[in-house]
Design a protein around this ligand. Sequence first.
Ligand code: NAI
Length: 435
Amino acid sequence: MKIAVIGTGYVGLVAGTCFAESGHEVTCIDVNPRKIQALRRGEVPIYEPGLEELVRRNAAAGRLHFTEELAGAVGPAQVVFIAVGTPEGETGRADLQYVLAAAEQVGRALRQYTVIVDKSTVPVGTADKVHEVIARHTRCEFDVVSNPEFLKEGAALEDFLKPDRVVIGTRSERARKLMAELYAPFVRTESPILFMDPCSAELTKYAANAMLATRISFMNDMAALCEKVGADVEQVRKGMGADKRIGYSFLHPGIGYGGSCFPKDVKALTATARDVGLEFDLLRAVENTNARQKRCLLTKALRHFGDLSERTFAVWGLAFKPKTDDMREAPSVELIEGLLGKGARVQCHDPVAVESARRYFGDRVLYAPTCYAAAEGADAIFLVTEWNEFRHPDLKRLKATMKSPTLFDGRNVIDPRLAREEGFTYFGIGRPSAS
Ligand code: NAI
């Protein structure tokens, strides 16, 4: 099949590359010329494990192309994916300007029956809107399908090639057959294609993200309660997760969710509810808890040190989660801005996100080549992203070069007993405090 993918971000590039890997001829389109030029050279502009190798292999095999020319790619395609951004817009609603602009361009470029797929996360009713926009600009037959993406950054290839499920919203038998053929290489008995109406497909994506965000905020509230009553949230978590009805996934307390999806998707779902006269109070609480949690390490540091001015702090991890360089809505941003605002110096380290971080902090912070270099002369370490390399640090080595051996473990990855035995003052999330 000939496929066009509009938008070469985390979702579009991964989807396009995986469809090429399964033998289709794919052209990826982006309005950003620098991205297209880099991709043509075989350079992937984002960090995603395994992606560069797969892009190069499929490009070399002549199955994967990159262009800024939308019409030339969409004209001959049987399936066109729209995978552009849907950032937070007015009063929390998803901003559909990029999706609708792409739809208009698609409408002008159609040459034959084509299936247009909404891959971006879009609110209920968007498939109809996209249909309307395209219909205004073409006489060709076409169907619009809702096919939200569930991949996780950091494990995007694995998630796309072996999805838990594929959700396809369409009422057209013709589109349904084409989509089933396209996804056949990736689905198994235990990971089916779920066909449904477009509205339900659109809502499924938001419901899934909102549920995951809810679990995180629930555990963060639980952690706050544990700190007050002297319980250890890690013990509570194990006790809860062992219940098969609950399970262990997404039960980790931390410093709040970030990234390009959860924050905006929770807001957008709340807005969708509001638009039809419902108040989704639960999701408002989820957001409030998250906002508090993103400040919790700074609050702990202020409580411990009092004045932070003239102090030096190491920040381990900048990306919003491990195995990505994505800094969008990362908890590190709020923490670092908070520390700088209080007059502190910040020395940070991240295995891959330094270039992304420069866009946020410029030269207001020091970028250290290793986590040990970041900790040199520091009053405390803030462990912000749970990269594997931060899980078992050499505490003796750290203590020898730090000004005062203090650790704020925002991800509960260091054993508090071990840290204290090595002479560290340790603060975790929802764990009995150092005193
Ligand atoms: P992104 O911001 O990384 O990439 C979007 C790309 O689209 C950019 O490169 C931009 O230049 C391009 N673009 C915008 N308008 C265009 C146009 N008219 N023609 C061609 N290119 C255009 O976005 P990302 O993260 O890939 O997300 C895309 C969508 O997928 C969003 O709706 C997001 O919510 C959703 N999603 C994202 C996931 C993630 O982990 N990043 C996971 C699942 C869904």
